[in-house]
Design a protein. Sequence first.
Length: 355
Amino acid sequence: MTSIAPRFRLSDLSVPFVGAPMAGGPSTPALAAAVTVAGGLGFLAAGNRPADGVRADVEQVRALTGGPFGVNVFVPQAANTAAPGAAVDPAAHRSVAAYRDALQETARDYGVELPATDPADDDGWAVKLELLEQLRVPVVSFTFGLPAASVLARLAAVGSTTSVTVTSVPEAEAAARAGADLLTVQGPAAGGHRGTHRTEDVAGEEPLAELVAAVRTAVDLPLVAAGGIASPADAAAVRAAGADAVQVGTLLLRTHEAGTSAAYREALGSGRYRETVVTRAFSGRLARGLRNGFIDRYSNIAPAAYPEVNQLTKPLRAAAAAAGDPEVISLWAGPAFAAARECPAADVVAQIAGG
């Protein structure tokens, strides 16, 4: 029988730092390994990535480091216990059709054809779960919902520690009941997607330290605080509120190991963009990014429909990235994006966790 290594605990880290999983390119095996080698917990993003790509990424991380790392998975609606097997809403379908019509002018500008949408697309959920069982990665985290207790138990049985992203006390309590080993508590300043357990939900605006304190009172699980952490003082504040570690994403976007595109990197450091806003325009889920032309044009009409909106805008984003045009790219980032700099990832770990 194959022996199972002891399950990962946050207290095993020499540095209480987690590298945020950033789907769409920024998270790479090199970045995950660099954070782990620096003493933290590096992460790979499995969301919207084929299973064979996830396998290759895990193999690369293991070739670069023998330390702990994680893989983050998007929870599809059908597997989400917060919205179990909900049928497609005809009104939402009509909204997606209207959004497609609105996007046609931009599509013509870039010479792309908007694809058909499939609300039932589950991002290879079953295949990825089976793969992660086989790979026995140290940590498997979930975003966009709460998987069934049986899913968490399957992963625990092969030695993986499980984490669930939560944005409220009720979500945290539900995740604890389901058997999650630890929680990532995400506050309102988080760059990228909000991790609400239902697409249509709007997460609260409670400051991260206050949210962490409330979750700490409600559940007895290790906590990772995420959202807007850009300085040692930010990290110290959330740890004082009850977090066992901090998760950082935006400050890693311009690091040498990140897979962030050239146009995205340039936008972050150019000074051209002055603020971040929360929008559904790119994916149908609320997410925070640099305010650009696409957001200004489409935020007010984008429906709460994931993954359909994400499917519609994907070729537009790809064409804009190829053209080096940041005005139609989803430039996910937190409010402190100007602090992101070109440097090794280890420098960010040392800066935030080392003071």
